[in-house]
Design a protein around this ligand. Structure first.
Ligand code: N01
Length: 481
């Protein structure tokens, strides 16, 4: 009998899982989605300029070519439209239970009791054989803990919860943070606002984004000539693996990346004072490199300032630093996400009452980023140590879904399966050794690691290696319970 599968989240990962189940003829699944629409991060991040710095043809499923991409790097509306297209084409929408947040999942020795809360209807519990958690790493906004934030008299919001009803024109805007989200936002805010002050705690390495609209001939070729999309995708993929990955593995290639970023800075920022503020003192790649060609020019506008003074508090009037009070009408928190709190705030209880949050107290970890000992038939997509600094997460998601699909016949035939502790321990050792040579380890603070410096988010190998590891037959690493 086909297993009953609960998929949590209707973003890139959850939809991929659902489509693969549909294509395998398994329709005994439910997708739980806490929001009223699908799309995950691409539904939530609607700030002006939101988009992806991985090329469209690679930031999409390998099995679902799309003739409608209009440019090399997709904007948020296009990505959301792509996901909606996929959900409709494969008939997934009818299987999504919208506005239903999974608050807990507990293994009862045989099946998972999944409890979802739907608005005022209150929680209800259903049994599933398998749980696939596809909640992402960047789904919960991080708001900083700055004294006085509640006292601000103007309007404030997080970049991932954009207030579309708030008109920025004529306003004095303070933006806290200068990561990838801020870099995309700043050109738009700078054009609209009377004044923009960007509060930068740490400068980022920035390289150009060679974006361009596809011309009519290219679009026709992508749409109608068989194989063109596949070849183009393969080329971008190989370039990322060969040219970008080595830069993150601390070697001569890191210096090349540094030179490229410094060249970009010199070309775009003529003022040496501003350039000095924007020059990082840690290795490129340690934090996510910002890929953007409009960010630096926006910072050179006469109505924009980069403030590097330490923020002391927020007052009703604005942002107070060690040097001055910076009056503001609007504060935008482009302060990232609670990236190391995987699966929170869901309560997940495994075999013999094991609590997942407790197991992950020192930092999340999972075999292949997918399975955790003591949690049979629970699979994670975009779980611990599966984020990338150089290639497409969608590729990684497909590898993870392949692995889950390979497990299903075993657990259907022989009962619930969990990863063996020895396999997990070997995985942790392997990860630790590979991590040693990666550039994320030391020299910076980033969303890739916990407060005490453990890298819980990133995968230290190539994606080609990850594909190979996830496509091994799962039998040896798992046992039935
Ligand atoms: O978040 P971030 P993001 N006081 O965590 C600052 C993906 N993404 O939303 O560097 C002052 O990178 C913090 O400062 P510091 C992409 O993977 C992709 O921008 O910690 N400042 C930093 O500047 C990306 O990496 C795309 O010193 C504070 C900023 O807030 C990831 O999402 C677009 C602070 C947070 O930067 C996250 O990007 C958008 C405080 N208390 C996002 N707390 C593309 O594809 C935090 N900060 C292009």
């Amino acid at each position: 009998m086909a297993p009953r599968v609960a998929i949590i989240g209707a973003g890139f990962g959850g939809l991929c899982m659902a489509i693969r189940l549909e294509r395998a003829g398994i329709t005994t699944y439910t997708v739980f989605e806490k929001a009223g629409d699908l799309g995950g991060t691409w539904r939530d991040n609607t700030y002006p300029g939101a988009g992806c710095d991985i090329p469209s043809h690679l930031y999409s499923y390998s099995f679902e070519n799309y003739g409608s991409w209009t440019r090399r790097y997709p904007g948020q509306p296009e990505i959301l439209a792509y996901l909606q297209h996929c959900a409709d084409k494969y008939g997934i929408r009818r299987k999504i239970r919208f506005n239903t947040e999974v608050v807990s999942a507990a293994f009862d020795g045989n099946r998972w009791q999944v409890t979802g809360a739907t608005g005022s209807a209150g929680p209800s519990t259903e049994a599933f054989d398998v749980v696939v958690a596809a909640v992402g790493q960047l789904n919960r906004p991080h708001l900083p803990d700055i004294p006085g934030m509640q006292d601000f008299a103007g309007t404030s919001f997080h970049s991932a919860r954009w207030d579309h009803g708030h008109d920025l024109s004529g306003r004095r805007v303070a933006m806290i943070g200068n990561g990838s989200s801020a870099a995309q936002l700043i050109p738009h805010v700078a054009r609209a606002a009377a004044r923009l002050e960007v509060f930068q705690r740490t400068p980022n390495w920035v390289i150009p984004k060679p974006d361009a609209a596809f011309g009519p001939r290219a679009r026709l070729a992508f749409r109608y000539i068989p194989g063109v999309q596949r070849v183009y995708r393969e080329w971008i993929y190989r370039y990322a693996e060969a040219a970008l990955y080595p830069a993150l593995a601390q070697g001569w290639s890191t210096d090349l990346l540094r030179r490229r970023a410094l060249g970009h800075l010199h070309r775009q920022v003529p003022d040496p004072g501003l350039r000095a503020k924007l020059t990082p003192d840690y290795p490129p790649g340690c934090k996510r490199v910002v890929i953007d060609s409009a960010f630096y020019p926006a910072l050179t506008r006469p109505n924009v300032d980069v403030v590097t003074e330490k923020i002391v508090r927020i007052t009703p009037e604005g942002v107070e630093t060690t040097e001055a009070l910076h009056p503001a009408d609007t504060i935008i928190y482009a302060t990232g996400f609670r990236s190391t709190e995987f699966l929170a705030p869901m309560s997940v209880t495994g075999r013999d009452g094991l609590d997942l949050a407790e197991r992950w107290r020192a930092g999340a970890e999972a075999y292949l980023g997918i399975s955790v000992p003591g949690f049979p038939n629970l699979f994670l997509l975009y779980g611990p140590n599966t984020n990338l600094g150089h290639n497409s997460i969608v590729f990684m998601l497909e590898c993870q879904v392949n692995h889950v699909m390979a497990c299903l016949p075993h657990l259907s035939a022989h009962g619930p399966m969990e990863v063996r502790p020895e396999a997990m321990a070997a995985w942790t050792r392997r990860l630790g050794a590979a991590m040693e040579r990666m550039v994320w380890q030391d020299g910076c603070r980033s969303w890739y690691k916990t407060a005490d410096g453990r890298v819980t988010n990133n995968w230290p190998g190539t994606t080609t290696l990850y594909r190979r590891l996830t496509s091994r037959p799962p039998r040896a690493a798992y046992r039935h319970v």
